[in-house]
Design a protein around this ligand. Structure first.
Ligand SMILES: [Zn+2]
Length: 367
C-alpha cells in the first residue's frame, strides 16, 4: 500500500484488533497532508542546523517517511516490535534515513529532554497520557502535533469522562465541536505551562471523528503568563442562542437566566492566519481536501466569536433558513468580518453583534 508515493507495510483497518497489529488508517491522510506541510512551514521559520523530528507512535512509519523531506535527524519510535520491523522495511524501500526505537513513547520522549524541534503524537484515543513527556522533549523552539480520536467526551457525549480526563465541562449543542476543540487546546496549553513552556496554537481543527492540534512551543514564562488570559469559559443562552467567550450568569441579549456554560477552555484563536497562509502556499494543488480545509481555517481564525449555525438560528427566530453563502454576503456588505467554518457547513463566524446576526437571518429568509 502507498500514500503520496511512500510505500507502507501495514494492514489497512479502522481499529487495530490486536496489539501486535501494525495499523495504517487511510482516513488520516488529510491529517498527514496538513501535518507534513505545517512541519515544513515551521522548519523554514526557525534557523537550526539540525532539525530534529520525532514520530513517537510511528506504527507503519508513514508520518515519519513524509517528514523525512525536511528532517535532519529523524527518530521513529513504536512499542510494538512488529511495527519497528515493518517500518524498517519501509525505510529501506523508500530510501529514507532514520533511527528507529522500540520503546514506550513516554519513556522515549522523557529520555530526550529538550531535544526535538518537531514531535508528532498520533495515538488511538486521547493524547493526554503523552503530554508530560512531550512537553519535556520539546526544545525551546519547537513544533508539536497531537491527534485525539476521542471526540465524544469533549463534545458532551460523556460529560463525566470529560470532567475526569480534561477537568472541563463540555456542551451538547451546535457548539459542541468548537467547545471540544477548545477544551483540548486548553489541556495542551496547561500541561506545557507546567514546564514553563508556552504552546501557541498555529493550526487546530476537527475532521470526522478526530481532532488535530498543532502549535509552536517556546520556553518562556512571560509568554505563558500572557496566554493564561486565553483560559476561560463559553456561555450559551438556551433561550435565544446568544453566546460569549466569558462566564456569565445571565444572557446579555434577552436577560434570560437559562444560560449554560462550557469550560475551562481555550478562548484564544484556534490558529494563526499568517502561518496558515504560508501553509496554503506550500500545499500542492492536487491536495484539494487539505487546501479546502486550510482556506476555510485561514478565514475563520480571524474571528474569535464562536460560530453561528444558520439553521438553528433560523428555527429559533421562526423563519426559514437562508443559504450560508447569502448570509456571508449580507454580513460582508455591512462591513463585518465574516467567514464560513470548518466545523459545520451551515455555520458562519462573524464579529457582527448578535442583534445584527439575528436581523440578517430574518431579512435573508424573507427577501
Ligand atoms: Zn438569551
Amino acid at each position: 500500500m502507498e500514500e503520496r508515493g511512500w510505500e507502507i507495510f501495514a494492514s489497512e483497518e479502522d481499529e487495530p484488533d490486536k496489539d501486535s497489529e501494525v495499523f495504517f488508517n487511510p482516513e488520516m491522510k488529510l491529517n498527514r497532508d496538513v501535518s507534513e506541510v505545517a512541519g515544513h512551514v515551521f522548519h523554514q521559520k526557525i534557523d537550526v542546523d539540525d532539525f530534529r523530528v520525532c514520530d513517537a507512535l510511528s506504527a507503519s512509519g508513514v508520518r515519519g517517511f513524509r517528514y523525512s523531506e525536511y528532517a535532519d535527524t529523524l527518530h521513529l519510535n513504536d512499542i510494538n516490535p512488529e511495527a519497528v520491523r515493518r517500518l524498517k522495511k519501509g525505510l529501506r524501500s523508500n530510501d529514507v534515513e532514520a533511527e528507529t526505537f522500540n520503546d514506550d513513547a513516554n519513556t522515549h520522549l522523557s529520555e530526550h529532554r529538550n531535544f526535538y524541534n518537531f514531535i508528532d503524537v498520533d495515538p488511538f484515543g486521547s493524547f493526554t497520557r503523552f503530554l508530560d513527556s512531550t512537553a519535556r522533549a520539546a526544545n525551546h523552539q519547537s513544533f508539536v502535533g497531537l491527534t485525539a480520536t476521542d471526540n465524544g467526551p469533549v463534545s458532551g457525549s460523556y460529560p463525566k469522562v470529560c470532567r475526569r480526563r480534561y477537568g472541563s465541562k463540555p456542551l451538547r449543542n451546535s457548539l459542541m465541536h468548537e467547545t471540544g476543540l477548545r477544551i483540548y487546546i486548553k489541556e495542551v496549553f496547561q500541561n506545557f505551562a507546567r514546564f514553563d513552556k508556552c504552546f501557541d496554537p498555529k493550526i487546530c481543527f476537527q475532521h470526522r471523528h478526530y481532532s488535530r492540534l498543532m502549535g509552536r512551543v517556546t520556553e518562556s514564562k512571560s509568554r505563558c503568563n500572557k496566554s493564561l488570559e486565553n483560559i476561560g469559559y463559553m456561555t450559551f443562552c438556551t433561550d435565544c442562542r446568544w453566546r460569549t467567550l466569558e462566564r456569565k450568569s445571565r444572557c446579555e441579549y434577552c436577560s434570560s437566566s437559562n444560560v449554560t456554560y462550557a469550560g475551562p477552555l481555550w478562548t484564544g484563536s484556534i490558529g494563526d492566519q499568517r502561518f496558515i497562509s504560508d501553509m496554503i502556499e506550500k500545499t500542492p494543488e492536487e491536495w484539494s481536501e487539505a487546501l479546502k480545509l486550510l482556506e476555510t481555517l485561514n478565514d475563520e481564525v480571524q474571528v474569535r466569536t464562536p460560530f453561528y449555525d444558520i439553521h438553528k438560528m433560523a428555527s429559533e427566530t421562526n423563519v426559514q433558513a437562508p443559504k450560508t453563502q447569502d448570509t456571508v454576503d449580507r454580513l460582508e456588505k455591512k462591513g463585518y468580518i465574516v467567514s464560513k467554518t470548518h466545523f459545520e457547513s451551515t455555520g458562519v463566524r462573524t464579529d457582527a453583534p448578535f442583534e445584527e446576526m439575528r436581523n440578517v437571518i430574518k431579512s435573508e429568509s424573507t427577501s
